[in-house]
Design a protein around this ligand. Structure first.
Ligand SMILES: Cc1cc2nc3c(=O)[nH]c(=O)nc-3n(C[C@H](O)[C@H](O)[C@H](O)COP(=O)(O)O)c2cc1C
Length: 182
């Protein structure tokens, strides 16, 4: 199987974010042959086509999108949908000619939120993937609860079942990404 370079993006910007905790766990437990880089979205401005010279944070982000074979989108659910930070990152990346940064690449989705585990936001994200031609992994899905003792006070993932779910999802992402690159 070829190696897989993954860019992980978090829809929550706060320091002790449980969603960042999911991505950190994934990064620390990536299967052999997979490397995971976590994007910093904290300085990325809202997309605006008047910004003809993108700031450094956007340039770095777009270079990370370009270099990635696959993505992990992790994030909370805000008012039953995707958080703006995550959507904004995708919007910036989608403005490149021929959709070169996103089109045809594999993605895994994970999230930590309330009782529905960000499922509503995750299914909205899958809709965004239709136009951007990102190919989401169908299963396994990862739905964590940010309010039920699955994370410590710093946002680190402590729940063994979710940890196992992430490991299974990463293994499936490696296979899915390799299939798409054949
Ligand atoms: C603006 C806003 C809207 C929210 N809406 C939802 C929601 O629709 N569903 C949900 O499960 N949680 C909702 N929440 C709570 C989030 O699940 C909670 O803030 C989550 O833990 C944030 O993730 P983080 O720990 O990564 O920051 C909302 C929070 C905010 C700030």
């Amino acid at each position: 199987m070829p190696s897989t370079k993954v860019l992980a993006l978090c829809g929550s910007l706060r320091a002790k974010s449980s969603n960042k905790g999911l991505l950190r766990y994934a990064q620390a437990n990536a299967p052999e042959g997979m490397s995971i880089e976590i994007a910093d979205l904290s300085e990325v401005p809202f997309y605006n086509s008047d910004i003809t010279e993108p700031p450094a944070a956007v340039k770095v982000l777009l270079a990370q999108f370009a270099a990635a074979d696959a993505f992990i989108f992790g994030g909370p659910e805000y008012n039953y949908s995707i958080s703006p930070a995550l959507k904004n990152a995708i919007d910036w990346a989608s403005r490149t000619p021929n959709n070169a940064l996103l089109g045809g690449k594999a993605a895994a989705i994970m999230g930590a939120g309330g009782g529905m585990g960000t499922s509503r936001a995750q299914y909205h994200l899958r809709q965004v993937f239709v136009f951007t031609d990102i190919h989401p992994l169908n299963k396994p899905e990862v739905f964590a609860n940010a309010f039920a003792g699955q994370f410590d006070a710093d946002g680190n993932l402590t729940d063994e079942k979710i940890q196992d779910g992430i490991k299974a999802q990463l293994a499936a992402l490696a296979v899915w990404s390799a299939q798409l690159r054949k």
